[in-house]
Design a binder for this molecule. Structure first.
Ligand SMILES: Nc1ncnc2c1ncn2[C@@H]1O[C@H](COP(=O)(O)OP(=O)(O)OP(=O)(O)O)[C@@H](O)[C@H]1O
Ligand SMILES: [Mg+2]
Length: 225
């Protein structure tokens, strides 16, 4: 498999790349143009410390869950990138480009408005009610687009039909991220929970039940810390 930087037009037809926007431990994300539309190409890096077979299996697994979740979200009101093309075997996915910033950068920019934080709580609950847990719910994986709308991205660790534990863990991962990176937004998790529990409770598990599980996970983490 060619690394993404060398990807040529044969591998990703109609693709013209412009620049690398993210080079992480797992993925490289490149912005560019696909048939005239702004798009991003996300490719998984081969991890040399993993056995190649295991690495390939993990890449396929993460990419296929990401594709399944994004397809599911397309027919809902949850904003997320659309899939333009995908090649599971070669480990890449082509997504519509979200013009905006990550919630991480937005909050670091010192915006004191709590509305996006409350709206994120609502959005997480809507995702959970669809039967999806995110699996890596940090502020790097939420984008605010130029219209001020929150978009969810990066579903490689998502679960379809999750257990209540995974729903509670989404809130705990976000809680840890808010404490570690955005501590100036005091009690932000309470605002998230306020949004999360503001929807009607006639879905099982209810918002209150998930929050109860989150509180017990939080307690366990504190106890072992
Ligand atoms: N559709 C998109 N439009 C605009 N920017 C995007 C899009 N998808 C991803 N990005 C940018 O690329 C970054 C990384 O993407 P993503 O979160 O999907 O990869 P990742 O799996 O977290 O990578 P790693 O684990 O290696 O850090 C995002 O935080 C965001 O800044
Ligand atoms: Mg990410």
């Amino acid at each position: 498999m060619s690394p993404p930087i060398d990807m040529d037009d044969d591998l990703v037809p109609m693709w013209q790349q412009s620049k690398i926007i993210h080079q992480g431990a797992e993925a490289i994300v490149i912005s560019g143009n696909w048939m005239g539309a702004k798009a991003v190409l996300k490719t998984r890096n081969p991890r040399s410390y993993r056995h190649p077979d295991l690495d390939k299996r993990l890449t396929r697994q993460r990419l296929s869950v990401e594709v399944r979740v994004l397809i599911k979200l397309q027919s809902t009101s949850i904003p997320s990138p659309s899939i333009l093309d995908v090649d599971i075997d070669n480990g890449w996915i082509l997504l519509s480009h979200i013009s905006g910033v990550t919630l991480y950068d937005y909050l670091l920019g010192g915006n004191s408005d709590l509305e996006p934080i409350r709206n994120l709580g609502i959005l997480i609950r809507e995702m959970h009610e669809l039967g999806i847990s995110h699996g890596d719910l940090t502020t790097h994986n939420v984008m605010i687009d130029d219209d001020g709308q929150l978009n969810l991205i990066d579903f490689g660790l998502a679960k379809i039909v999750p257990e209540i534990e995974q729903l509670g863990l989404d809130l705990q991962v976000l809680n840890e991220c808010l404490n570690a990176s955005h501590h100036e937004y005091e009690n932000a998790i309470d605002t998230i929970i306020e949004g999360y529990t503001s929807l009607s409770n006639d879905f099982s598990p209810s918002g209150d039940e998930v929050v109860e599980r989150f509180n017990s996970i939080r307690g366990r983490v504190r106890y072992h810390a």
